[in-house]
Unconditional design. Sequence first.
Length: 366
Amino acid sequence: MFRRFKIREHERGFLFRDREFRGVLRPGVRWFADPLRKVRVDVVSVRDVWVRHAELDVLVKSGALAKEAEVLSLADTQRALVFVDGRFEAVLRPGIYALWKAFHEVRVELVDAREVRFTHDRLATVVASASGRELLDAFTVEAGHVGLVFKDGRHEATLRPDTYAFWKGMGKVRLVPVDLREQVADVAGQEIMTADKVTLRLNAVVTYRVADALQAVTAVDDFRQALYREAQLSLRAVIGARPLDALLTEKDAVAQELHDTLRVRAGNLGLTVVALGIRDVILPGEMKDLLNKVTEAQKAAEAALITRREETAAMRSQANTARILEGSPTLMRLRELEVLERVAAKAKLSVILGDKGLTESVVRLL
C-alpha cells in the first residue's frame, strides 16, 4: 500500500504520478500511498551539473527547477557559453537545458549568433573544446597576411593576423587569406619572335606584392595566374618590337620598359610590381653559331688593328731615333759601344783594333 523513497543530500527526486510530473523532491525520506503502483521517483545526482532526463522539457516547463537549476531555452539565433566553477564547460546550440546550482557555481553567457563573427576574451579555450569545434569555424590569419571575410558572397571585413571564429549555420561564411609579402613569379620558356624575325626563348622573373587585397581577390579569379598572363603579353609586346641586336645591347632599357608596361596592368589587379628582369635569353643553335662567328671576326679585326697601331708606333719611334743619330756622330758611336757591351755580356767577344779608323775613333771617345 505504501512506498518509501529516500533522497540523499547530493540527490533530487523527480516525482511522477500516473506518468505526470508532480514536483522535485529534496533530500529526506518520502512515503507515498501507491496501491496501484502509479508513483515513480527518478533520483538524480546534483553533483553532475547537467540535469539529464528524458522529459527535461516537461520539467523545465513546469517551473519546478527554477529555484535550484539554471534553466535555458535557446532560440535558433542564440548560443550559450557555460562556465562551471570558473572553468569553461561547453557551447550550447539552440534547445532546452538545465544545470544544477546546488554543488557548483554556474555562469551562462548568451550570445547572438546573428553576429556571425564570435569574439571572446577566452576565444582559444572555446574554440579548442569539443562543442566549440562542432559549432564554430576557426581560422588563423598568419603574419604577413590579411583575411578577407565574405558572408553570403558579400565582403564583411578585412582581418589582421590573429585567430578568428565564426558561427556555423548562420550563413555562408568564407575567409580568404591573402599574402601581403613580396612574391616572385617565374615567367619561363617564352618563345618570342623579334622585329627582325629571330625566334628566341626568354626566362623572366617578376617580383610583386599585393597592394589592395580586396581588389586582388575580386577583380579576377586567380590574381597570380592573371599576373603571369599579363607578364607574357608585356614580354611579347616589348620584345617583338625590337630587333635582336637592340635587345642584346639594350637590356636595361628593355627591362625598364617591361616594368613600366606591366606595372600599369598589375595595378588594375590590385598588385604592385617591385621589379621585372630578363634572366636568360636563349638563341637558336644556328643563330648562336652565327653570332659567335661575328664576334670572333670582330675580335680578330680589333686585334689586327691594335697590332698595326703598335707597328706604326714602333716604326715612327725608330725613324725619330735615326734622325737623331744622323745629326750626332758621337751619339752614334756611343750607341755602337752599347751594342758591343750587350753582345760582350752574353758571349765571348774579341775586338781587334787597327791602326786607324775605329782605333782613332775609340781613342777620341775616351
